[in-house]
Design a protein around this ligand. Structure first.
Ligand code: SF4
Ligand code: SF4
Length: 288
């Protein structure tokens, strides 16, 4: 059974041709769980009730979590605007990522396929650059599947908050064991010139002199990337304002502006903007 909530994407046509019944019951169902951050999720009904879940993700970067693979894709099982509630409950990316791992442990996808026929690099998932790659990745374990993605994109897994949460829980090793990879292994290498999101940082705490290491979280917060509206490109559609969990975006004279004081840097606005009018700005002080 397929879940259909994208009427314009061609699923309906394909399902008709193949004689597959599409599930249109997208009401919520409460699922109890034994998570570290969350004890109960409200998920779309198919995610709660289906015996087999095939998790179909895209191979792409993500300005908040570095990359969006099999594990992050499961956030799609949380219905529409409920996603914003989770951003409000878990504004720091470390806690948010731990919640995503709770969700993955709850949904437990049976099989994970990652579409890298055309991937996305740069400031994904909303404003990145599509890149033809021409392959599919697949794995029974969503964490190991994501380790493979991070290897190919060139990320250090422990620097990705979702991977770090999974590593800390002992769900996955720090690097993908070589004997886990099969198929066309010649393709399994770091992709040349892969563009990371501007927000991606390398952990520099070990490079800070020991006496001032206590200040590292504060410094990191000051240097954290932030969304910035490109006024000339903004068409005033209000989609960023509607999705913002902190309600810090206002539209005046058909131009959006952000009150950064209460912005939690979830980048939902960046993801939603239909005309790429929201940029990711890194601090001018650091370039690591
Ligand atoms: S302004 Fe953008 S990044 Fe900041 S809280 Fe709102 S949606 Fe998140
Ligand atoms: S979503 Fe983009 S175009 Fe629409 S109001 Fe926000 S910044 Fe402007």
């Amino acid at each position: 059974m397929l879940q259909a909530n994208y009427s314009g994407c061609g699923y309906t046509l394909i399902a008709d041709k193949q004689g597959v019944n599409l599930c249109t019951r997208l009401d919520e169902q409460v699922v109890k769980t034994d998570g570290v951050m969350v004890k109960e999720f409200k998920l779309i009904r198919p995610a709660a009730e289906c015996d087999v879940i095939i998790n179909l993700a895209k191979f792409k970067t993500h300005v908040m979590t570095g990359m969006s693979g099999a594990v992050k894709n499961l956030f799609g099982t949380v219905p529409g605007l409920k996603k914003a509630e989770f951003h409000m409950r878990f504004p720091e990316k470390e806690r948010f990522s731990n919640m995503i791992v709770d969700l993955c442990e709850t949904v437990k996808p049976t099989f994970n396929i990652v579409d890298a026929v055309v991937g996305m690099e740069g400031d994904g998932p909303g404003s990145g650059t599509p890149r033809k790659l021409g392959f599919l990745l697949a794995g029974a374990d969503p964490y190991y599947t994501d380790l493979a993605i991070s290897h190919m994109m060139g990320f250090e897994p422990a620097n990705l908050p979702i991977m770090k949460a999974a590593i800390d829980r002992g769900l996955v090793p720090r690097q993908l064991p070589a004997d886990c990879v099969c198929g066309d292994t010649a393709m399994f290498g770091r992709i040349e010139n892969w563009a990371m999101p501007k927000s991606y940082k390398v952990d520099f705490s070990d490079r800070v002199p020991r006496p001032i290491r206590w200040a590292t979280p504060t410094v990191e917060k000051m240097l954290a990337p932030r969304p910035k509206i490109k006024k000339s490109a903004c068409i005033g559609c209000g989609k960023c304002r509607d999705i913002c969990p902190q309600q810090v975006i206002t539209i005046k004279e058909r131009k959006a502006s952000i009150n950064m004081k209460n912005c939690i840097r979830c980048f939902c606005c960046h993801e939603m903007c239909p005309v790429k009018a929201i940029d990711v700005k890194r601090s001018i002080f650091f370039n690591i």
